[in-house]
Design a protein around this ligand. Structure first.
Ligand code: NAD
Length: 478
């Protein structure tokens, strides 16, 4: 992969540079700007676990960027490359992300330096529980103070272990389940959380394509139908985004980049087929019906309409930015474009839908899950049948009309069936997510179009979110 990072700032410095570009356009009181930018605290924990007859020491982090609202929120990443700089950058992005989509949280993030593929399930459970114990005893996992979620290398399984560990340590806490989100449904989770971030990427693109002016800024036209997409990382976020765009919007997934190289097929790849292949064979290598390139990163530079980096940070950098052909990039991953690459792409006219907005679907549905846990009731449980009963009244009335009009008009059975059904939790979650993604995009769009000094969506996103964080500090003091 072309990852040459000559003179590139670190991930955290990159986030700060982007923040600085935005605050330069704002009129914040002296000092407040710095208060918002800095990371409040980062805890490093080192702990030992006895594995395979030996004690192994692990290093983990939990960083709290801003506590202007509590609890603070942000995922826990399991990867060998995890370090303090990365965790702090990701925590800062969480602050801005939550503010932008109006999830009432401050920003936080956690990470454990580990390659999860080197351990079996039982070992991973021991390690995760021990990490959770270290964090929980310092209130770095807590329903009202700090609520983690999944990120790279973690998912429902790890969240269930963390929730259970917290509950064992806090046996009388009636809200214990709200200490972490992204749990499986049978352990206090919510329908639609697994797909949420990828679903949010789809909703973000749909909103982008609703305004022909935005589409034209990227030099594109029409809708998502037929658009050629390249996605990097077919994990939780990349898989769901690619799958929904292919199945529901008619987009063509022409390239998929994974750890062991990339697949390319100008006629489109079958996302489900590739995913199944990865599950079975551990990578994309050998997948039929596509050209395989061992140097996967090179495919970031292939011709396409929409590029979706959904794996790691810093993959579009000074080394390859000038060669990126996609006119539209949606940052499903956090920080995939470095500050230097961002400048090059902006000058080229590439439109970038920024990470803090593009992947906010995860935290949005995490917010719904947290509310569900605190209210101890599934969404829709009280209303669903009542809604159906009211719809039945309309159907009865229409059926009366039907009989009266004879052959002139009749209600289709499909309409009747669809209309009668009250919304279940999944539908409510998707509706709440769609609404959130639309409103947040519209707030960026307004600034992007109205302010001549704002040339890109990222700056617009920062302006919206920093304003909200600043307003919160102003209202309550420091
Ligand atoms: P994941 O672990 O489920 O998937 C990551 C995928 O990227 C895997 O398929 C992995 O094989 C692939 N990958 C790893 N290294 C690669 C490389 N060098 N080249 C190409 N592919 C590579 O992780 P995820 O949860 O989908 O997270 C991906 C990104 O999305 C991260 O930046 C994360 O911070 C961000 N994100 C995730 C969520 C969430 O809800 N899971 C929410 C917001 C943002």
């Amino acid at each position: 992969m072309s990852m040459t990072r000559t003179n590139e700032p670190s991930f955290r410095e990159s986030v700060d540079l982007m923040f600085n570009r935005a605050v330069a356009l704002m009129d914040l009181p002296p000092g407040l700007e710095e208060k918002i930018r800095v990371c409040n605290a980062t805890y490093t924990v080192r702990f030992g676990v006895r594995l395979r007859g030996q004690i192994q020491t692990f290093v983990g982090y939990r960083s709290v960027h801003s506590e202007h609202m509590e609890p603070v929120k942000g995922g826990i990443r399991f990867a060998p490359s995890v370090n303090q700089d990365e965790v702090e950058a990701l925590a800062a992005l969480m602050t801005y992300k939550c503010a932008l989509v109006e999830a009432p949280f401050g920003g936080s993030k956690g990470g454990l330096c580990i390659d999860p593929r080197q351990y079996d399930e039982h070992e991973l459970e021991q390690i995760t529980r021990r990490f959770a114990y270290e964090l929980a005893k310092r209130d770095l996992i807590h329903p009202s103070q700090n609520v983690p979620a999944p990120d790279m290398g973690t998912g429902e399984r790890e969240m269930a272990w963390i929730a259970d560990q917290y509950a064992r340590m806090n046996t009388t806490d009636i809200n214990a389940r709200a200490c972490v989100t992204g749990k499986p449904l049978n352990a206090g989770g919510i329908s639609g959380r697994v797909e949420a971030t990828g679903r949010g990427v789809q909703y973000a693109l749909r909103e982008f394509f609703r305004d022909p002016r935005d589409v034209a800024k990227a030099g594109l036209s029409g809708s998502l139908d037929g658009k050629r997409v390249i996605v990097q990382g077919l994990g939780n976020v990349g898989y769901h985004a690619a799958k929904f765009l292919q199945e529901e919007d008619g987009s063509k997934i022409v390239g998929i980049i994974e750890r062991d190289g990339a697949l390319y097929n100008p006629d489109g790849l079958d996302v489900e087929g590739v995913r199944n292949w990865i599950v079975k064979h551990g990578g994309v290598t050998g997948y039929p019906d596509a050209t395989h390139t061992a140097e996967g990163g090179a495919v970031l530079e292939e011709d396409c309409d929409i590029l979706i980096p959904a794996a790691l940070e810093g993959v579009i950098n000074l080394g390859n930015a000038a060669n990126i052909k996609a006119p539209l990039i949606i940052e499903a991953a956090n920080g995939p474009v470095t500050a230097g690459a961002d400048e090059i792409l902006r000058k080229k006219g590439t439109v970038i839908i920024p990470d803090m907005y593009a992947n906010a679907g995860g935290v949005t549905v995490s917010y719904f899950e947290w509310v569900k846990n605190l209210s101890h009731i599934r969404f829709g449980r009280m209303q669903r049948r009542q809604e159906e009963a009211r719809h039945q009244l309309v159907i009865d009335e229409l059926e009366r009309l039907d009989r009266y009009l004879g052959d002139a008009w009749s209600m289709t059975p499909e309409f009747k069936q669809k209309y009668l059904r009250g919304a279940d939790e999944l539908e409510l979650v998707r509706s709440g997510l769609d609404d959130t993604m639309r409103i947040a995009y519209q707030s960026m769009r307004e600034i992007w179009h109205d302010r001549v000094d704002v040339e890109d969506l990222r700056t617009a996103a920062y302006l919206v979110s920093i304003n909200k964080v600043a307003a919160s500090y102003r209202a309550k003091g420091l």
